[in-house]
Design a protein. Sequence first.
Length: 283
Amino acid sequence: MSTRDHAYRMLAWRLRQAGVPGAGLDARLLVQAAAGASEIEMIREPGRLMSQDELAQLAKYERRRLGREPVSKILGRREFWGLDFLVDRSTLDPRPDSETLVEVSLRYLRDVPAPLLLDLGTGSGCLLLALLSGKEDARGVGVDISPDAVRMADRNANRLGLQARASFQAGDWADVEIRPYDLIVSNPPYIASAEIDGLEDEVRLFDPHGALDGGADGLDAYRSLASLIPKLLAPQGRAVVELGFGQASSVSAIFSAHGLETMEVAEDLALVPRALVLRREKA
């Protein structure tokens, strides 16, 4: 027999001994999920005994986490921008760094009536749906090469009550309907191919390879976006794309060569340049 608190402390210790990052938080989330408890119940009832079924479920979770599977993939959900998103191996894990794109985009959209949004490489739909949740008169389209990711984005839109304003399609970016979008967002693959094997196991083994691999120099997806965005961006529109570490100047130059001017390079909470804000260059 074990209480919730004892199970948490023992699991946290075993994860730390195995060198698993974030062991304390991960242990709390896994015990909470195995116990079927809310955060409040975990705080109020730490001494509550866990059933044999709950302990058996926790043991399964532990084996998966020791195999470096992220908690989000174990539980099938991840919080982003205060919203609860379903995730699986077909989708890139939404990360707090990417919330920088949402913050910057909503600032621009504040004064744009009924904007039309486009999310290229939508994955779980987290960027588009976070924007729609913050801009109630907006509509948007999300595109991803993975049909499985698109199905997950559809599920998330329905769960969040945003299905009436969001549509998702599977296919190549180049197949997007050409129309004037007020805002285009994208978190493209930007890891250089040779660097992928050096990523932490939680990313390398459990995020989709296609959402990580940006080609030999990590910039292939930006080159595709730079040739496409000018065809899709409304005259006064903005594009906001996520950056990898140290890529701001190179990516800005790629877009500049296609007539897109860098308005801002926004930093994430770690003060890393994370979001490039673009507009059409003035004639």
